[in-house]
Design a protein around this ligand. Structure first.
Ligand SMILES: *[C@@H]1O[C@H](CO)[C@@H](O)[C@H](O)[C@H]1NC(C)=O
Ligand SMILES: *[C@@H]1O[C@H](CO)[C@@H](O)[C@H](O)[C@H]1NC(C)=O
Ligand SMILES: *[C@@H]1O[C@H](CO)[C@@H](O)[C@H](O)[C@H]1NC(C)=O
Ligand SMILES: *[C@@H]1O[C@H](CO)[C@@H](O)[C@H](O)[C@H]1NC(C)=O
Ligand SMILES: *[C@@H]1O[C@H](CO)[C@@H](O)[C@H](O)[C@H]1NC(C)=O
Ligand SMILES: *[C@@H]1O[C@H](CO)[C@@H](O)[C@H](O)[C@H]1NC(C)=O
Ligand SMILES: *[C@@H]1O[C@H](CO)[C@@H](O)[C@H](O)[C@H]1NC(C)=O
Length: 448
């Protein structure tokens, strides 16, 4: 553990994340809002909390609209790259920033002292989401209209952040939708800080016309050891289309969690990493009412499309109904591979433990605090990124063999593809997290 800790500390030295960040794009409301625009600091990066509705909704920026033609394109079934930074000057749009060009590669917050991210910064990585409302007129958009369609659980970590767009996104009305970026960071960094930046968006290359389902409020159903919940409760999850979190404001909250248990865009609320492929009106054949004692899980209606690997980078949609082991494993493999190689070279390895970027990313976020924080973070960090398809599959078998609830025994199988010992230890530490994986969950619960 100590060795791992030090290793991670070393690996993390070159990375940084700071407390405040936002999406930056000319399609956003508030693109040119500066520290002086409002009586208080209402730059897009300023956190939102304890605010009334007009202050937090679209960051209070509705009077600062984008140009009508500045629209963020979201290609159905592909990935869109957004820029997230603490400062406009750190993005491609530095030309209209107050402080000029301070870009530093993929650094979200150039110039942040390392002391900052060794103490609080890295714990901010808790995932973020993009939500969409199928309304071209922002004035008519209500909080319950937004559906989270893409999640990046490693957000905020790199300036260029990719979001996988579900393949079945229908076209937007009048050629335009309304989107927003949402982020809530770890409680370890302090504050009940919410982030929302609205932007104009458009689905391109749509092949489906099936509408999204009515989004429901997400539920806290993942393993949550920090809050005395050792294992996931899959029956308690909200499945399908889910609203973003509206939390800790004075008005119109949909989340009522306390200061030390924020809602996150992670498996904790059944927000799978990547495209949210199950958000459509026809996604589910059955959808029991979720609850802490619910043992019947929803069944997906739409079978995985042939050759779905590129379409389902998120990999979640086809799995609740169980799928076949083979197709699940294929999807998992694809997901892992994609994630592992995106930001670095064109490595073809599926041994993601050997790939520098994911391990660096995931280790680093654990390098700044004690053991419980470590397990909290690594739960999400490793659950889908650091494991190859094979090790997931073998874990699955073990879980089934042990009645599905106790996966704390057993070591990674000694197969050629088994992870090395470091990964083995990571595996052991993060086993609980994978209780959340829909893929496995589906198979696990099928006998019921
Ligand atoms: C929201 O709060 C601001 C600042 O306190 C205040 O000026 C504004 O009137 C409030 N708006 C509403 C609708 O309460
Ligand atoms: C933002 O500022 C830049 C530079 O002044 C300007 O070119 C652009 O039109 C502005 N955008 C909006 C939406 O006001
Ligand atoms: C999250 O963004 C990072 C950085 O762009 C990217 O490497 C990764 O693949 C993205 N994850 C998902 C699930 O799209
Ligand atoms: C949005 O995308 C659709 C499909 O590609 C396209 O027909 C439409 O013109 C786009 N809207 C705008 C405003 O460009
Ligand atoms: C179920 O979800 C609700 C709503 O998010 C949450 O308050 C509760 O703690 C969860 N219970 C269990 C056992 O997961
Ligand atoms: C769930 O089951 C427990 C134990 O049987 C019971 O105490 C609790 O009231 C039930 N909760 C709901 C929401 O049905
Ligand atoms: C899980 O299995 C391990 C090893 O067999 C055992 O020590 C532990 O008590 C079990 N945990 C539960 C919750 O059954």
């Amino acid at each position: 553990m100590i060795t791992l800790y030090l290793l991670c500390l070393l690996l993390s030295l070159s990375r940084s994340v700071a407390g405040h960040a936002s999406l930056w794009h000319p399609s956003m409301w508030g693109f040119n809002v500066t520290q002086q625009t409002f009586p208080y600091d209402n730059r897009p990066v300023a956190p939102l909390m304890a605010m009334n509705f007009s202050q937090w909704w679209f960051h209070g920026h509705l009077a600062y609209p984008p140009h009508p033609t500045d629209i963020f394109a979201l290609p159905a079934g592909q990935r869109a790259t957004a820029e997230i930074a603490c400062n406009k000057g750190a993005t491609s749009y530095f030309a209209s920033s107050e402080g000029g060009d301070v870009r530093a590669g993929n650094d979200v917050c150039p110039g942040s002292p390392t002391s900052e991210y060794h103490t609080t910064g890295l714990s901010d990585v808790k995932g973020c989401g993009l939500a969409i409302a199928y309304k071209s007129d922002v004035a008519s958009v209500q909080p319950a209209d937004f559906t989270v369609f893409s999640v990046n659980q490693t957000c905020v970590w790199t300036r260029f952040t990719e979001f996988a767009v579900p393949a079945r996104m229908p076209p937007c009305p009048d050629g335009k939708c309304t989107c927003a970026f949402f982020w809530i960071h770890s409680q370890d960094s302090g504050g009940e800080q919410n982030y929302m930046n609205g932007f104009q968006c458009n689905i391109t290359g749509a092949t489906s016309t099936v509408a999204l389902a009515k989004p429901q409020v997400p539920r806290r159903c993942g393993a949550d050891p920090a809050n005395k919940k050792p294992a996931a409760v899959p029956g308690n999850c909200t499945y399908g289309a889910k609203q973003p979190f509206y939390w800790f404001q004075l008005e119109q909250n949909n989340m009522f969690e306390g200061t030390y248990a924020p809602p996150f865009y992670t498996d904790l609320y059944n927000f799978k990493d990547g495209a949210q492929d199950d958000i459509f009106a026809d996604s589910y054949a059955s959808m029991p009412v979720p609850g802490p004692n619910q043992t019947v899980l929803p069944v997906l209606a739409v079978p995985p499309p042939p050759g779905s690997s590129s379409a389902s980078a998120g990999g979640s949609a086809t799995s609740v109904s169980g799928g076949t082991t083979t197709s699940s494993a294929t999807t998992a493999s694809h997901t892992t591979h994609t994630t592992a190689t995106t930001s670095s070279s064109a490595s073809t390895s599926t041994h993601t433990q050997n790939s520098p970027s994911p391990s660096q990313r995931t280790c680093s976020r654990s390098s700044n605090s004690g053991a419980s924080a470590f397990s909290r973070r690594s739960r999400n960090a490793f659950s889908r990124r650091s494991l190859n398809a094979f090790s997931r599959r073998s874990t699955l078998s073990r879980r089934i063999a042990s009645s599905g609830r106790n996966a704390s025994s057993g070591q990674p199988d000694s197969e050629p593809e088994s992870p090395p010992s470091l990964a083995g230890r990571i595996l052991a530490m993060t086993r609980h997290s994978r209780a959340l994986d829909v893929r496995r969950r589906g198979s696990l619960w099928r006998p019921l």
